[in-house]
Write a protein that binds this ligand. Structure first.
Ligand code: ADP
Ligand code: MG
Length: 403
């Protein structure tokens, strides 16, 4: 595949970018997790200290130390929500969304709900103290959950990455859109220019043919009719280029007749060892097409089939009507097939495996079928050294024969 390689740097770049983004995302999530873990440990320590402070105030007499402990530790915690319950079932809390002017029942309900959340997250820390007899007695439990800061930090990488992903997706769409618009301009511009440039010599050729026909020396010579055939072919080419350079008009046409028309043009021009057959259950299958462009597509597919076959083989064109108001045109050859790795590339402009190929035939065919005819063209099957089948799908029109 001589020129297939030109696509690989592009593909590689895509993988590199994808790989790098996955690595950056994973790294960012990992690092935040490390931070979250550290902060969690610290909050746990803080709550344990808080529990110890509670114990201290329980055990001792009210003195300056206790005042310090209460102020510096118990009241300083204003970020971690905690509830501690004494063994008599009395609730105390800090940093919990409970207003002091609520009724007792409402407070209790809110606290119980909060407690459920806390229980689900962390094991409670017991508060014990030594009574006057020196025995360890259980006083109650401290429950807590993550501070708002920690909660935010847990979700932060996901929010950040989603925002970046959305932004990247939108930029990709915008970029793609402008690239497609640019490609369209190139196709259309080039086609218009070609049609324009061909037009001038063509009309003068027609005039010359007229002059030659009047020449008595050339009467009854084949030269005139041959010349006229070539002129007709040239005008068809010009018409094709000018059609693709503007919005082509679609007309309801008999697809079977169009296929036969192309085949009849082709048959005398290819080796007699390549057979060329058309199969269709019906003689009229109608679809809205632009005849010059549609014939161009068929020609391109047949040319490719001939190239793939080489010396001898068979080209079969089957025209079918699907049950879903679609017409299928299957072009099969017994040629060398398409390598699996090339399957996604053959419709790309510039992709060719031929020494003298331009790689525009299939790109053009795709453009004509999909952009102008609202149809589809794809490789139905391809087997190396066995052959290939291309399928064209067109929206069918009622054929008028009751079918
Ligand atoms: N019927 C087919 N059998 C095998 N290979 C094909 C066939 N049609 C197309 N290809 C492959 O697709 C490539 C692109 O085709 P095309 O766009 O028509 O460009 P070109 O004919 O100039 O190479 C060809 O070079 C060939 O490798
Ligand atoms: Mg081709």
């Amino acid at each position: 595949m001589p020129r297939a390689e030109q696509y690989s740097p592009h593909t590689n770049l895509k993988w590199i970018v994808l790989g790098a983004s996955v690595m950056i995302s994973a790294g960012s999530i990992w690092y935040t997790n490390v931070l979250v873990k550290q902060l969690k440990d610290r909050e746990r320590q803080q709550i344990e200290l808080f529990a110890r402070a509670l114990e201290y105030t329980l055990a001792g007499q009210p003195d300056e130390n206790i005042l310090f402990v209460t102020e510096e530790i118990i009241l300083k915690n204003n970020s971690i929500p905690v509830i501690w319950i004494t063994r008599d079932g009395e609730y105390q809390y800090r940093n919990v969304d409970v207003e002091s002017n609520w009724s007792e029942a409402r407070k209790r309900k809110a606290l119980d709900k909060e407690l459920e959340r806390m229980k689900a997250l962390y094991d409670p820390i017991p508060i014990t103290y030594r009574n006057e007899l020196g025995e360890t007695e259980e006083y109650g439990y401290v429950y807590y959950r993550n501070s708002f800061l920690l909660t935010q930090l847990t979700y932060y990488p996901f929010i950040q990455l989603s925002v970046i992903a959305i932004f990247a997706f939108i930029s990709y769409l915008a970029f793609n859109y402008s690239r497609i618009a640019e490609q369209n301009q190139v196709w259309v511009g080039l086609a218009k220019e070609t049609a324009h440039q061909l037009g001038t010599p063509l009309s003068s050729l027609m005039a010359w043919a007229e002059v030659l026909r009047e020449d008595p020396g050339l009467k009854n010579k084949e030269i005139i009719s041959e010349l006229e055939k070539d002129i007709r072919k040239l005008s068809i080419v010009t018409e094709r280029f000018s059609s693709i350079g503007s919005v082509p008009a679609l007309k309801t046409e008999n697809i079977v007749a169009l296929v036969h028309h192309v085949i009849n043009y082709f048959r005398p021009r290819i080796s007699s060892r390549i057979s060329l057959e058309v199969y269709s259950l019906s003689d009229t299958l109608m679809a809205r097409v632009n005849a010059p462009l549609f014939e161009w597509v068929l020609e391109n597919l047949c040319k490719n089939a001939v190239d793939a076959i080489g010396t001898s083989g068979r080209i079969a064109i089957k025209i079918l009507r699907g049950s879903n108001r679609k017409i299928y045109i299957d072009i099969s050859d017994t040629g060398k097939g398409i390598a699996r790795s090339n399957l996604p590339l053959v419709f790309k402009p510039g992709f060719t495996t031929k020494k003298r190929g331009w790689g525009l035939g299939l790109a053009l065919a795709k453009r004509i079928i999909e952009n102008y005819h609202n149809g589809r063209i794809f490789i139905k099957s391809s087997e190396e050294n066995q052959g290939t089948t291309f399928r064209i799908e067109l929206p069918a029109e009622p054929s008028g024969t009751g079918q």
